[in-house]
Design a protein around this ligand. Sequence first.
Ligand code: SAM
Length: 313
Amino acid sequence: MNVKTDANIHTSVLLEELVSAVTIHHSAKNIIVDCTLGLAWHASQVIQKMNPGDIFIGFDADERNLMLAQERLEALKTKTKIVLIHSNFEHLREELAKHDIHSITGIYYDLGVSSMHFDQAERWFSLRLDGPLDMRFNTRSWKTAADVLNYSEEKDLFQIFKEYGEEPHCRKIAARVITARKQKKFQTTTDLNDFLDSEINSHIKTKTRVFQALRIEVNWELDTLKWSLSQAIELLGSGGNIFVISFHSLEDRITKQTFKRETRDCICSDIICQCWHKKSLKLINKKPILPWAEEQKTNSRSRSAKARHAQKI
Ligand SMILES: C[S@@+](CC[C@H](N)C(=O)[O-])C[C@H]1O[C@@H](n2cnc3c(N)ncnc32)[C@H](O)[C@@H]1O
């Protein structure tokens, strides 16, 4: 595969909206964090709005994407300091502390998989290509999608397909996986595709939901997002902006609920409540930001995108 060619065919989602949101706050020294650097398409535009002396930090759990992003960012020849971190964004606070950074002026997330993931058969993020059932963003983490299918208990599989895939046939699929793996372990995407065709149905929506559920489970996507968002809000200095693009309702719900919680003082009904929770965010847009019709027409990936923007008080 020609990595460079593939890396050059990505179209960023909500690019202008994201760039203007995270760069509106100008302090003497701006520190902006991209939690999902990918191939640095958003990042390149953000950095071009930053000043010499500012710091840009990019996280990605995928080492290969991080290397490609580095190539793209080196070509910018910017005077903004760039720090790239190979880590899951759940370790945000800890990783920034290693660079003596304890407060930031902007942060953003463009969640999910990059176009590179869909095009790499060997990582199986795609239904189209035959390859091992992997799905890890970080190939050093221990659990693959095949492990989930081959070794999880039926009740856990049921829960995964139900909660992470919102799949109506979740009970049936979980039960059939247990029977099927006694004959032959799941190893490849074709094994899973054939299983779904023969045992459930060959509907693309079922396959997509099963695919999504396994990916979320393998990468702990929902928990890591919750942990990371809380850290991000704490790290933001007053007036700093947070912008989150998500591609399915489960991620968007987490962002929405986190922002909502942070836009209110304590609402405990307990009169002796001691949590003293004070609101820390204001919503810049009450409703989610959606791509314009034009963007949806030219970039099919953008059709399921929703973004939320809030500002630290
Ligand atoms: C949709 S892509 C981002 C594309 C990017 N905005 C661009 O302009 O090229 C998402 C990226 O986030 C990374 N990623 C997903 N979840 C992550 C996590 N929990 N921690 C760190 N990186 C993550 C993926 O490896 C992928 O490269």
